[in-house]
Design a protein around this ligand. Sequence first.
Ligand code: EPU
Length: 421
Amino acid sequence: METTGAKFVIEGGHRLTGEITVSGSKNASLPILCAALLSSEKSIITNVPDIADIHTLLQIFADLNVKADFKNNTVTIDPLVLKHTNVSDRLICKMRASILLLGPLLARLHEANIPFPGGCVLGKRSVAAHTHAFKSLGVEVVDDKQKLHLKVKKLAGATIILPEVSVTGTENALMLAAITPGKTQIRLAAAEPHVQDLCRFLNKMGAKIKGIGTNFLEIEGVKKLHGAKHKVTGDYLEAGTFAIAAIVTGGDVKINGIDTSQLDSFFEKLDETGANYVLEKNAIIVKPAKNIGPVESLRTAVYPSFATDLQAPFAVLLTRAGGTSKIFETLFEGRLQYLFELEKMGAKVQVLNPHQAIITGTSKLKAVPIASLDLRAGAAMVLAALCAEGTTEISNISYIDRGYENFDEKLRSLGASIKRA
Ligand code: EPU
């Protein structure tokens, strides 16, 4: 699904109404599909979103000679044969999550050589957490600035204190530790819902992981993992994005398919704005609000704090809020650039430095040609266009297709006027 050059054309001002079900989580599916390679037996993963990043990963699987079939959001993987012969550097560089292949390749083939992975340009995005975890478990790491060369010396359980609470770093550490003899502790582990979902899948494969959902994971290494069946958790980031779409259009929308307890910090911030919504265990029901107010500080941090991936979508809501809100993006130093696009649309924003900005509402957003700068910023541009006056053209929508399944179709089903050009 290559959509480079494609645009969204969105006519603003349509109230969203109706019901949607979010897809499976991208950030859970990617590590879970990689983890399936830890075994030589077949695994079946359901609720996998049909998005560009998953197709990229499956192309890499084909390069590794791994058989994988993707139909109706179900991936059946037969990783009996796994050959690290001709993986395309171009594919690896297309997406940062390809770094998640390292754990399984080291476990199965005892070595891996990959170029530095790409992905959304959000900041420095170090690989230190990954290499530190691998070294602790007995892997030799050589970084020649072009590629990472990794070779297993002798695997042994260890205490790993991650240099930062890295999501994919924790996931790689978990995957290799699962088959590493002895006990491993991962301290300062990431606890995001997608990390938890990976842990649950690994345990179904026969891994022994304790402490799921905390920052302290304990793994008792096992000799072998077997194939397993798993349904990927619903995408809480997609749910948050749709909730904002409903609020900024004054809509009335039910969003199904998630565990709402994964969005506590998001709801806490929504409460501060005065948004009107009701929660069920697996659904959010958004109702029109009388008034939307500002938040004192939207501060992103690792889970369970407010997710960086919802920062840009939430900022669109803040342009609708009467008053001044502060944004503090603590994780990435490249994730406020989209504010300049919102400014072009008439939002009053002040970018103080790469991590902090001020938004003053209420601004009437107006349609001007804007660009999608990364996956989440792209989704934010769509939200802005939905509530802007006039018809907005958004370029670079390939970013959005990397992570949101049928975004435009789902929005159309709620009454949005959005088409691809
Ligand atoms: N960071 C800190 N302090 C921390 C932890 C991280 O400053 O305690 C910084 C890192 O230096 C880095 C950034 O935060 O610059 C992200 O770190 P992390 O290693 O956790 O990111 P990642 O594993 O590469 C995953 C998601 C991203 C998401 C981040 C943060 C996947 C495949 N990717 O990336 O998702 O933004 O965690 O939650 O799970 C997206 O879906 O749009 C996306 C970019």
